[in-house]
Design a protein around this ligand. Structure first.
Ligand SMILES: Nc1ncnc2c1ncn2[C@@H]1O[C@H](COP(=O)(O)OP(=O)(O)O)[C@@H](O)[C@H]1O
Ligand SMILES: [Mg+2]
Length: 272
């Protein structure tokens, strides 16, 4: 479990101070697929960076499987347990071949070469990039680079994967295949996934959606519940998933549809 206990975080000091997180209480349970949705500047990246100790709370505490990120002695362990994938695929590549890039983390753990080889091959397979092992990362497409970044995180055999707007620089096809990979990591490999996004249609794929607004969690529940009241969402800078929006307009024009519709597939099947 990743637990936030009354976490606040301020950037800068005194007069320049920005409070990015305000008294966050949150527990991400093992096996969950959680989306954290919120407008630009709502604190999503700040929250993400607390999950593996890249940032330490100004007040309160973050515990990963009971270990506080305040204790510098356990940070290496926490980095290993909580993998991170960021927005810009280019900033995450460090080596000149895909396999070296993925091997970087395990090498730093001091694992023996055979174990590293196994982990790299396994990670490449999971993200479907085996045939690119010897390619130069810089020659890959954005979507492929993000797969390599995911593979790099997986090679550490993390229990948790925190993905901060990893699809935002990808085209729609690469985005949806990235999201499918994340789903698969959760379902087939039991990795707890926290997907951070500002896109409602991406958030509906999660089992649980949290909405962050001005540094506070203002909603937390299954997507059908969270996306029920569209006016309330608008007030916190969040739009509706496309299918939900269309359903709402059809309901307003007198067509009888449930407000639990969140995807185009659901909309089509209900209309038929
Ligand atoms: N390095 C920084 N220094 C000062 N303020 C920052 C820094 N990073 C983020 N902030 C501020 O903290 C708030 C939350 O930012 P962030 O966590 O990046 O939000 P999001 O990821 O939801 O866009 C914003 O007001 C932002 O301007
Ligand atoms: Mg961000």
């Amino acid at each position: 479990m990743i637990e936030f206990k009354n976490v606040s975080y301020h950037y800068g000091k005194e007069k320049e101070k920005t409070t990015a997180l305000k008294n966050i209480g949150l527990a991400v349970n093992e096996g969950e697929f959680v989306a954290i949705l919120g407008p630009n500047g709502s604190g999503k990246s700040t929250l993400a960076r607390h999950m593996n100790g890249l940032l330490i709370p100004s007040q309160g505490e973050v515990l990963v499987d009971g270990l506080s990120t305040r204790e510098s002695g356990v940070l290496w362990h926490i980095h290993q347990q909580v993998g991170m994938v960021f927005q810009n695929p280019d900033n995450q590549i460090i080596a000149t071949s895909v396999e070296d890039d993925i091997a970087f983390g395990p090498e730093n753990l001091g694992l023996d070469p055979k174990e590293i080889r196994e982990r790299v091959d396994e990670a490449l397979e999971i993200v479907g990039m085996q045939s690119y092992a010897r390619h130069e990362p810089h020659m890959l497409s954005g979507g492929q680079k993000q797969r390599v970044a995911v593979a790099g995180a997986l090679a550490m055999r993390p229990k948790y994967l925190v993905v901060d707007e990893a699809t935002s620089m990808l085209d729609p096809r690469a985005s949806s295949s990235m999201l499918e990979s994340l789903k698969r990591l959760n379902k087939d490999y039991g990795i707890t996934v926290v997907n951070i996004t500002h896109i409602p249609d991406e958030a509906v794929l999660a089992d649980r959606v949290l909405i962050l607004f001005e540094g506070r969690i203002v909603k937390d529940g299954p997507p059908q519940e969270v996306f029920l009241d569209l006016n309330e969402l608008r007030e916190v800078g969040v739009g509706a998933p496309k299918a939900r929006q269309i359903a709402e307009e059809l309901i307003a024009s007198g067509i009888n549809l449930p407000r639990s519709i969140l995807t185009i597939d659901e909309l089509v099947s209900d209309l038929c």
